[in-house]
Design a binder for this molecule. Sequence first.
Ligand code: SF4
Length: 366
Amino acid sequence: MSTPLIETKPWPIHLLFWYEKHKRSFPWRENTSCDLHTRVFHTWICEIMSQQTLISVVLPKFEKFIATLAHVHALAHCSEDTLRQLWSGLGYYARARNLQKGAQYILEKHKGLFPSTMKEWLLVPGCGPYTASIIASVCFNEAVGAVDGNVIRVVSRLLNLQHGVWEKSGQEKIQQFVNRFIPDDNPGDFNQAMMDLGATVCKKQNPTCEICPLNTVCLAFQKNTVSLCPPVKPRRQMIDENLYALVFYNDQKKYLVIKRGKGFLSKTTGFPLLKETDTDALSTLHTTAKSHNWQVSVLPSAVQHTITHHKINARAMLIQCPNSFFDSKNVFFKNLPHDQLVWVEKSALKENLSSSLDQKVKNLLS
Ligand code: SF4
């Protein structure tokens, strides 16, 4: 059996030539005149922002973020309000929290100097193998392959992988392939070239193989199996969650908003949430309501919301709660996972609700 051309041809060189001419222009790639510390900071921020968020959404947010928080010290010490504002619109706020934890870790463990190897970056909170390898290769020339969704697609097609790509062994095979061919003298450009090729030429739908710099070595192209590679990714099973959003309001038409503690939607602010299956908490709520004469009703409409693999169906439970009967030390509130309770005017609800789920619930209120 003959050796596939991908093993013998110098395709990384063709890829790098192509990248030189066709690379995408991003602010974090145009900062070569900045000092190394700034370049690392920009690369780190943009990579965390780009995970699960479209690049067109990231671009204006990135500019504002680095204009406000120009270095790792500023990020480590900024207030949660500032961080939340800078992150709004990007989604998955946990990434911002981890970014700040990462900055604090770098101050504490590295005296504010960025680590230079993939191994060290893997210890920074919020950094997985992809982020660690892209920073190490682009900023410190470490020859480690960065494998994201685009690269998985390109390699699957280059090797004509029609099965097993999403399994652990398939992912390892792709990582080993990239690590084997990444050039020692230009690893950062190689990684970025693979990603750009996946994003602009070897696209999921309608790849433009005729202009691809790798079409002479691509097995799937030669065998006419491009549409079969990679195989469809198995969907993670969705979990249905039925919740009540508890909308407490008092005599002055103020609404109760909590800052959530650990657990579901942690560190967001919004209405207290209770699972419909949490019968103990619901029973305590009803007992408390009865003993204080709170008026309780449930709105007929519900809102639907999806967070990662949770499919949420939330109904608003309105609870009229006279001021004189509200007691945050009450067993019901003591058991709610929260860090803080505040009453806000209806007109100020929008800016005090930090998750889209809470905003949807607010829209149910007349
Ligand atoms: Fe992708 Fe087509 Fe290029 Fe193969 S030839 S890497 S399928 S764009």
